[in-house]
Design a binder for this molecule. Structure first.
Ligand SMILES: [Zn+2]
Length: 268
């Protein structure tokens, strides 16, 4: 009780902070990443954002509720080129895309990729993740950096469920000659753990996460069938109810000697 009231008092003078809370799921007035990482109110919407824009500080393409500063916040706060962080990593891609790309025209392919990227980004942003990398028919998302979400395992799984639902709706409506009988679907892999976040290239800005956690998330995704979400035991143990009815599957993954146990959420 005491703690709660103290916290409320501390928060009250921070009108920016209340603006964030009010807009938790919507459009934040100030960058939520800079706020969470550095307690710095950086305006990203409204008239106060204009002078910042003049200095090249804009909303990040990775998530419209963060700014381009917090892609580099580790440099300003920790004075390091990268930092260790606890995060959940999500990979998604369109199953059978390579096969498909040999059979249908390029215009149609780009239409499919746009639908997929758009639906995935909306789902990831709705749960405070960032779309860190896009690779044509695939992408990588990070949860818990720079926007802090204690329930990042949960947030990533909810985003994956939204991805599956919205992609199935959008891709299911496509009717291209050459698609054949096999419906287009998306495979998702999710894993949580320690990652290194920062910029690892010396010649260009390449803010990303690296480490074994990222590799395992990617390998899980490569094993997911269309409509499936493969979740590592580590993520599942933090996620609670969301995976309580999920099946268990033993996977043999490239570069890992022992079989890896994953939970499977099948959405089709
Ligand atoms: Zn920021």
């Amino acid at each position: 009780m005491l703690f709660t009231s103290l916290k409320t008092e501390q928060m009250q003078p921070m009108t920016e902070a209340s603006a964030i809370q009010q807009n938790h799921r919507g459009d934040a007035r100030i960058c939520r990443g800079c706020w969470d990482q550095m307690h710095m109110p950086i305006p990203i919407r409204g008239p106060l954002a204009l002078p910042f824009r003049a200095f090249g500080i804009t909303r990040s393409k990775m998530n419209p509720n963060i700014c381009t500063i917090c892609e580099r916040s580790f440099r300003y706060v920790k004075k390091q080129s990268h930092v260790a962080a606890s995060a959940t990593i999500l990979f998604a891609d369109i199953r059978g895309f390579t096969h498909l790309s040999e059979r249908i025209e390029r215009m149609r392919l780009s239409e499919i990729v746009s639908l997929f990227q758009d639906r995935c980004a909306q789902a990831i942003w709705a749960h405070d993740g960032i779309v860190n990398k896009t690779m044509g028919d695939g992408l990588m998302a990070i949860f818990n950096f720079p926007i802090i979400r204690k329930d990042h395992a949960d947030a990533a799984i909810r985003a994956a469920l939204d991805i599956q639902k919205h992609c199935a709706d959008a891709l299911g409506r496509l009717d291209f000659a050459g698609l054949g009988d096999a419906p287009l679907g998306v495979g998702v892999g999710i894993h949580s753990g320690e990652v290194e976040i920062g910029e690892f290239s010396t010649f260009r800005s390449d803010f990303t996460a690296i480490g074994g956690t990222v590799n395992l998330a990617s390998r899980l995704e490569s094993q997911a069938e269309a409509g499936e979400i493969l979740i590592s035991a580590e993520t599942a143990s933090e996620a609670g109810d969301l995976v309580s009815n999920a099946a268990t599957r033993l996977l043999s993954l490239k570069g890992i000697d022992l079989p890896v146990e994953a939970r499977v959420l099948a959405t089709h």
